[in-house]
Every structure is written in structure tokens, then in C-alpha cells.
Design a protein around this ligand. Structure first.
Ligand code: GDP
Length: 443
């Protein structure tokens, strides 16, 4: 089937692009041009409807398979960026044998024809959706295969391990010796270390793509609003307040050096009998549960007592403990790591120590030192890698504590399958459908 779709958001006086892909694409191009187009050559073309009336003049490009985005014959038609023109041209192309493409269908075909793996295809959508320079660069790195390559490396390590263990199982009289060998332990450790590193970078990649979600909590008068304003002012941030009462949750979005920070001031998380206030608290707790970073504003005197405001620890969440008002106590700004979280002593009023907090937030958001190689990723990838980690841990237990080679091999097979889901080697149609249908039409 040949598909066609408008591939630009028309309007604003720009150019319009109509993309056609499939077996009929070349024939359609020949009809429109009045002769066979040359490959990868810009033809100036009068696009006409069935009655030979002119629709628009523009450029026709032909990319013969397999050297095209989808791997099929592709034709791109460039017109003036008018939705009416593009619509007429789409209708004409469909009369000539194409049908309108579904959302993400071009990328899906590129994936099915081996032009991109699944993680790369997802990176296209992430690049289009990127809201900051850091996010765009990271998505581009994923599109170039930086993430996929790491996944394949890990896959190779897993397969090696499986082959080794399965070979041991095949020689039962030596199996125990084989499985107890330090060599095996070293390989297992190697694969687990690689997986932990990849998981950490993937989590960072998700934050880069999605932005960091920070929730601020603290007693009334701790200095939450002052801190928010100080951060926003120092960074010439774009602040978008969302309506709310003092009892409601107040949100502000701050674009900090290209990272999206959503600061949520939960307006006093104290125990209360007041129904409205309790509702506010329930919502505040909900915000806290979803946060990447839970930021407590307190001071040196009240810190221990205020820790309760952070609620139960969420997995994968970082806790920042801001000790505000150091100007009153006349203590220096500093950063220290404590059991309850990372503590930063600062003054929202004088600005002392704010740079420590900003640096911490940026590093949590994935930008800052050593971020040049960062790639973008999705929650789906993190979840799959977490499943891989669980299978690997089970394999390790089976091997080292139970000397059960068969069980270990089985766990490694599961790990391999889950890892293959990332790049699309083992993906169900449901998963593919869910991923590509979230793309825009024409991509
Ligand atoms: P919130 O209720 O937590 O939002 O607290 P506010 O930001 O409204 O601050 C409460 C009071 O503390 C205000 O009078 C602020 O001026 C003051 N305050 C906030 N931060 C500092 C600080 O670093 N040093 C001093 N001396 N006062 C501060």
C-alpha cells in the first residue's frame, strides 16, 4: 500500500511538504511531473488536479528504495504552505493510488524495513516534542543510535553469559565446577555493572526528555515562595503561575538553563481538621508521590522535625533538604550528603548558596558536568531495564546460592527478551501500535 500525508504544519507562510511512500510512489511522481523523475533531483513541477487545473507549482523529489527514510520508494512534494493547497494535492495523490497515512506510519515502515530500531523511532517523536536545547540534543543522540548501541552491548554480554551457563549444563559431571568458577562470577558482575550504569543513564535520559519535576514542601513561613522567586529571578526564568488559592496547590514552571522545572508549592502540609485544607493536603501528597525531586524548605533548627513533611520515601526520588535563612544564624552556605537526603544550607534572602542548589538541580536534570554524551529515553525503557535487572538478580541468586544452572539460564533468557523489547527485536504488535499511534501524522 502506498501512503501519503502532509508532513509539515502548514501556515505561517512556510513551505508545505507532502510525503508519499510505497510501491505506487514512483508512478505518482511520473504522472505529476509528466515524465520519470531523476533520483534525488529537485524537479520544478506544476502540480495539477485530474482536470489539468493547476494546484500549485513547487518542488518534486524522488528517493528510490532502499535509500529513503522508510526504505520504500518515497516522493516528497514541496508547495506553498497553504493548508488548502496541501489538501488538494493530498486528494490528487490519493486519486493516483495512495491512501492517507495513519499517525506514525512512515516511522513504523522505517522500523519494519530495518532503517531504524524502535528506540531510534521513538527518538524522532521525542525530538519533535523536545522543549529545551538539552532535550533536543539528547533526542538526536538517541536517534543516531547512542542508546541502542549501549543496549546491544549489554545484550551481547547477556548472550555470552547464557552460552557459558548452557554449555556448563550440557556437561553435568562438571557443571558444579563450571558454575562455581571465579570466571563466571566476574562475568556476572561485569554484566550487572553495565546494566546499573545504563539504567542510571536511562533514568537521566527520561528526565532530560521530560524535564525535572520538583515539588517544594515546608512549614508556612519557611521561605518556600522566597526560594522560588530567588531561583526564578537569578535565572531570568520563564515563570508561569497557575491559578490556585493558598489552600490549593500552586504550580510554577521554570525553564532553568534549558531544563523544565515544575515547582509545586504545597501551601503548608500540616495536619488539619478543616475539610478544604485536608483536600489540599491530599493533592499535595499526590504531587509529592509523582515528583522526581522532593524539596523540603526548612532551617537548621527545624530540619529534623520537618522531615516528616516529605512523607514516605518514593523509589527513584531524590530528597533535597534546604536549610534556609543562614543569614540569620550567620553560617556559611554548604552542601552535605545526609542519610535523609542532600542538605543545602542557603539564604533565599541574600542569595548565598543558591548556586549550590541550582547546580544540584541541573545535575539531577541530567545536564551539567559530563552531560555531553547524554541520550534521551522513555519511561518504557526504564521499566524494561528494571525487569532485566530483576531477572539478572534472580539468575545470580540461582547460580551462586543454589548452583541451579537451568534456573539461571531461564532467567537470562527472560532478561534477553526484555532487553530486546527496547530496540524492537522482540516486540508485540500491541506495543508497536501503542508507540507509533502516539506520533503525529506525516511522521
Ligand atoms: P513560605 O510561607 O514558606 O512561602 O515563606 P515565605 O517565602 O513567604 O517567607 C516567610 C518569611 O521569611 C518572609 O518574611 C521572608 O522574607 C522570610 N525569609 C525567607 N527566606 C529568608 C532568608 O533566607 N533569610 C531571612 N532572614 N528571611 C527569610
Amino acid at each position: 500500500e502506498t501512503i501519503a500525508a502532509i508532513a509539515t504544519a502548514p501556515g505561517a507562510g512556510g513551505i508545505g511538504v507532502l510525503r508519499v511512500s510505497g510501491a505506487q510512489a514512483s508512478a505518482i511522481a511520473t504522472t505529476l511531473l509528466g515524465r520519470a523523475p531523476q533520483p534525488r533531483h529537485a524537479h520544478y513541477c506544476a502540480f495539477c488536479d485530474a482536470g489539468a487545473a493547476l494546484i500549485d507549482r513547487g518542488i518534486l523529489l524522488h528517493f528510490p528504495q532502499p535509500n529513503s527514510f522508510t526504505g520504500e520508494d518515497v516522493v516528497e512534494l514541496q508547495t506553498h504552505g497553504s493548508p488548502v493547497v496541501l489538501d488538494l494535492l493530498l486528494r490528487r495523490v490519493c486519486e493516483l493510488g495512495a491512501r492517507p497515512a495513519r499517525a506514525g506510519e512512515f516511522s513504523e515502515r522505517a522500523f519494519l524495513n530495518g532503517k531504524l530500531d524502535l528506540a531510534q523511532a521513538e527518538a524522532i517523536a521525542d525530538l519533535i516534542a523536545s522543549q529545551s536545547e538539552a532535550a533536543a540534543r539528547a533526542a538526536l543522540r538517541s536517534l543516531d543510535g547512542a542508546f541502542s548501541q549501549r543496549v546491544r552491548q549489554l545484550l551481547a554480554g547477556l548472550v555470552d553469559l547464557r552460552v557459558y551457563i548452557e554449555a556448563a549444563i550440557d556437561f553435568p559431571e562438571e557443571e558444579i565446577d563450571f558454575l562455581a568458577a571465579p570466571e563466571l562470577r566476574a562475568r556476572l558482575d561485569g554484566v550487572s555493572d553495565e546494566l546499573s550504569a545504563l539504567l542510571a543513564e536511562t533514568r537521566r535520559g527520561v528526565r532530560l526528555a521530560d524535564g525535572l519535576h520538583v515539588v517544594i514542601v515546608g512549614r508556612p513561613n519557611a521561605g518556600k515562595s522566597s526560594l522560588l522567586n530567588a531561583l526564578a529571578a537569578q535565572d531570568r526564568a520563564i515563570v508561569t503561575p497557575v491559578a490556585g488559592t493558598t489552600r490549593d496547590v500552586l504550580r510554577e514552571n521554570i525553564q532553568l538553563d534549558g531544563v523544565q522545572l515544575t515547582l509545586v508549592d504545597t501551601a503548608g502540609l500540616r495536619e488539619s481538621a478543616d475539610i478544604v485544607e485536608r483536600e489540599g493536603m491530599r493533592r499535595a501528597r499526590g504531587e509529592l508521590e509523582r515528583a522526581d525531586v522532593a524539596l523540603l524548605v526548612s532551617d537548621a533548627e527545624h530540619l529534623d522535625a520537618d522531615l516528616a513533611l516529605l512523607g514516605p520515601t518514593q523509589s527513584g526520588q531524590t530528597r533535597l533538604l534546604v536549610c534556609n535563612k543562614i543569614d540569620l544564624a550567620q553560617t556559611p552556605p554548604q552542601r552535605s550528603e545526609q542519610a535523609a537526603g542532600i542538605r543545602i544550607d542557603l539564604s533565599a534572602r541574600t542569595g548565598a548558596g543558591l548556586d549550590l542548589l541550582r547546580r544540584e538541580l541541573k545535575s539531577l536534570a541530567g545536564i551539567g558536568d559530563g552531560s555531553t554524551g547524554a541520550f534521551s529515553a522513555r519511561t518504557r525503557h526504564v521499566l524494561a531495564l528494571e525487569r532485566v535487572a530483576a531477572h539478572l538478580a534472580a539468575a545470580e541468586f540461582a547460580l551462586l546460592d543454589q548452583q541451579a544452572g537451568e534456573l539461571a539460564a531461564e532467567e537470562l533468557r527472560h532478561a534477553q527478551r526484555d532487553l530486546g523489547e527496547l530496540t524492537g527485536e522482540f516486540s508485540s504488535d500491541d506495543l508497536l501500535g501503542a508507540i507509533f499511534s502516539s506520533f503525529c501524522i506525516g511522521k
